[in-house]
Design a protein. Structure first.
Length: 270
């Protein structure tokens, strides 16, 4: 399958769902999503810890952080999705095997319903009017599957009213006062940390673009426990990456992938 993707397009959701199906055919322990501007900032040991953890990983919010998000995301989700199930996160997330399968099954059920019922919609079409729908795809999927839930005491009626107001008010502005994020109810199934580190200190619509990977970026990403960092203007040379991330300037240190080390030591890959 091929999709003509562009920033903020719903085709990103379609491509992502196809990638998810392909990944699950490989029997993965977890599925991580990254973009071409993401660079790994950790060695194999940290990746192994992630794979061994049974949790998905994403930073979610159940309410828009400003008027722009309210107008072009929350208010544009198809009316068949209840407001309590509308969540947003970075599109760079980790899905545990359990959650990856649940999201894929949900998408499959939606597609089957769409083929047999005139009023049914594929999962991606429920987000087709949203800007950057890939930020909502998996959080909404996990909410519909009952994984992400609003915390006790959260005012779901207020969320529904806010969405309806945004849909009815064409003059809503992107400069509305920012609101604190609404985090989901705590659960061991979801690790509320970012997969990918970004520098938002410039308060722009996009994170800072780095000219090169350097020790400061690697250190900052590691403090937050992130596995990737973004975004970089130019490709990162492999030798420079090894020196900064693996501390292996000559390229023959002990940080080779586990399977390669086992082969070199005469062990089995099984």
């Amino acid at each position: 399958d091929s999709f003509e993707t562009a920033w903020g397009s719903v085709e990103l959701c379609r491509a992502t769902l196809c990638l998810l199906d392909a990944a699950l055919r490989g029997d993965p322990a977890a599925v991580a999503f990254a973009s071409e501007t993401c660079v790994p900032v950790c060695g194999p040991a940290r990746v192994a810890d992630l794979v061994d953890a049974p949790a998905s990983r994403m930073v979610c919010t159940g309410r828009p952080n400003n008027g722009y998000a309210l107008q072009v995301q929350w208010a544009k989700v198809h009316r068949s999705v209840d407001a309590a199930h509308v969540w947003k996160a970075d599109q760079w997330v980790v899905l545990s095997r359990l959650h990856a399968e649940a999201a894929a099954r949900l998408d499959g059920c939606a597609r089957r319903e769409a083929r047999h019922r005139d009023d049914a919609e594929p999962l991606w079409r429920l987000l087709r009017k949203c800007t950057a729908p890939d930020e909502l795809l998996f959080p909404v999927s996990l909410a519909l599957c009952g994984v992400l839930r609003r915390p006790d005491g959260a005012d779901e009626a207020a969320a529904a009213t806010a969405a309806a107001t945004a849909a009815a008010t064409a003059t809503a502005t992107a400069t509305a006062t920012a609101t604190a994020p609404l985090r989901p109810r705590e659960t061991a199934a979801v690790d509320g940390r970012r997969l990918t580190w970004c520098d938002w200190s410039q308060n722009g619509k996009s994170p800072k673009t780095f000219a090169a990977l350097d020790a400061a970026v690697v250190a900052a990403a590691n403090v937050d426990g992130c596995l990737f960092a973004r975004k970089f203007k130019d490709p990162v040379p492999v030798d420079a990456w090894r020196a900064l991330v693996l501390g292996d300037e000559d390229g023959d240190g002990d940080d080779a992938p586990p399977k390669k080390r086992r082969r070199e030591e005469g062990g089995s890959d099984g």
